[in-house]
Design a binder for this molecule. Structure first.
Ligand code: AMP
Ligand code: ZN
Length: 113
């Protein structure tokens, strides 16, 4: 298994896990871009959003719900946060396992800010 996020999901690479169940795992980003920077992944390997079809969109909604719960538990729900998905090379995706970034705890800027 060469995918780093599959290995985090399997627990063979350690991470600072904040939430996990049978579908999803959320952990702190190793190179945080904000005071709160959490990566949320489906345990199942999808390369990026192009792999999501049909019923799998329900998993995307579930991941968003987990992200909003984590925003609350991290104390950034009211101050504000960003949920971002980089999909494909020009989208800025580096790790080829679909993942969602939850960012907050400072004023976010950048291309959408
Ligand atoms: P992306 O550019 O959207 O592919 O983002 C990949 C993210 O994964 C980056 O923010 C990395 O810092 C993060 N990352 C890479 N390896 C690890 C790891 N072992 N544990 C936690 N986060 C990681
Ligand atoms: Zn994977």
């Amino acid at each position: 298994m060469s995918c780093i996020f599959c290995q985090i999901g399997a627990g063979t690479i350690p991470s600072k896990v904040l939430f996990k169940d049978d579908k999803v795992i959320a952990f702190r980003d190793i190179n945080p871009q904000a005071p709160v920077h959490i990566v949320i992944i489906p345990r199942k390997h999808f390369t990026n959003l192009n792999d999501i079809k049909g019923d799998d969109f329900g998993l995307i909604a579930y991941i968003i719900s987990i992200a909003t719960e984590l925003a609350r538990s991290e104390g950034i729900a009211e101050s504000g946060y960003r949920i971002a998905v980089n999909s494909g090379k020009e989208g800025g995706q580096v790790v080829g396992h679909l993942h969602f970034h939850l960012l907050g705890g400072r004023q976010l800027t950048g291309e959408l800010g």
